[in-house]
Write a new protein. Structure first.
Length: 339
């Protein structure tokens, strides 16, 4: 492995104020568990700021941002899953702005950033909230990186749920390659293998849907045969990982059985594959993960992998899967590097 990479972190205790006040899987204790994953590490802290209206409009519509303004200082639900309290809109803007500040720092200094952001973001669509998410942090970071001069941005989403909002934001954009490895059939019902983008973005949307019950071996095969060859060929200037830890075998919402170490070797593989073009410019944004121990241990391993700080992750024996074979055949017309 290469030398360890510098780590910068966005973490605001104010984000703990976003809570339903009742039983809900997206709860403030998630950030407490995430902070434990940082214990004993050397890192620089990046100060948060609220994302500006113009920055938010790169991804979200004026109509939706107007609806969010109307619910400030109120309580309720934007859909059956997505609650908001008096502070939620301001905190969502702070979480998004923290991701943008990390993007700026990473782009300027070739550092890797970790955003302990909530509410999470990858289900937030350009025109609406969904699945616990108000603003799409990863999509906003990608758009910000582009505004800062990145020609190509690669987003890899390993959350157990497909990031439908991120896909929708860049479905026609060849400069932002979105790739997702997720459980299917499952919420939100998107992420089909044949959804490869449209217009100029055709071929730049990569979905690898796997049946519930898959573990390290299937994920390694998907990375080796689909994700990493495409990432290498795309040669991004900036890497973003939508890091949900609900594919952990510990998680109560998903049915995948990933080990804690899996998040480490996935992160390390992605950073290594893209390092020649990114030079270490990378951002990991917290998405799901609802078992507190699974979140802490998975994130700890992921940070080790992201910063190339630890060798010797327990690597599984790769096991092919019929779905992965179909993905290769589906995507080879756009990516001849696939075997």
């Amino acid at each position: 492995m290469s030398s360890p990479l510098d780590l910068v972190v966005f973490d605001e205790e104010r984000l703990d104020q976003h809570g339903s006040g009742g039983l809900h899987p997206e709860r403030p204790e998630r950030l407490i568990a995430a902070r434990r994953a940082l214990e004993g590490r050397d890192f620089d802290r990046v100060a948060g700021r609220e994302a500006t209206h113009d920055e938010l409009q790169r991804v979200h519509t004026q109509e939706y941002l107007g609806r969010l303004e109307l619910i400030r200082n109120q309580r309720g639900y934007l859909d059956s899953d997505t609650y908001f309290v008096e502070q939620s809109v301001d905190l969502a803007r702070l979480a998004a702005g923290g991701c943008l500040a990390l993007t700026e720092r990473s782009m300027a200094s070739n550092a890797v950033g970790v955003a302990l952001a909530r509410p999470p973001g990858h289900h937030a669509r350009p025109n609406g909230a969904m699945g616990f998410c108000l603003l799409n942090n990863a999509a906003l970071a990608a758009a910000h990186a582009r505004a800062l001069g990145a020609e190509r941005v690669f987003i890899f989403d390993w959350d157990v749920h497909h990031g439908n909002g991120t896909e929708e934001a860049f479905f026609s954009d060849p400069h932002v390659l979105y790739s997702s490895l997720h459980q299917s059939p499952f919420y939100p019902g998107t992420g089909h293998m044949g959804d490869v983008g449209r217009l100029d973005g055709t071929g730049f949307n990569i979905n690898v849907p796997l049946l519930g019950g898959c573990g390290d071996a299937e994920y390694l095969s998907a990375l080796e045969r689909v994700i990493l060859p495409i990432a290498t060929a795309f040669a991004p200037d900036f890497l973003i990982i939508s890091a949900g830890f609900d594919a952990s075998a510990r998680d109560p919402l998903g049915q995948m059985i990933l080990s804690d170490d899996s998040f480490g070797w996935m992160a390390a593989s992605l950073v290594t594959a893209t390092l020649p073009s990114t030079h270490g410019r990378a951002l990991m944004v917290l998405e799901g993960g609802y078992d507190l121990q699974g979140l802490e241990l998975g994130l700890r391993a992921a940070i080790d992998g992201l910063t190339l700080a630890r060798q010797g992750f327990k690597m599984p024996v790769s096991r092919s899967d019929a779905t992965i074979d179909r993905c290769v055949r589906k995507l080879r017309p756009y990516w001849p590097e696939l075997r």
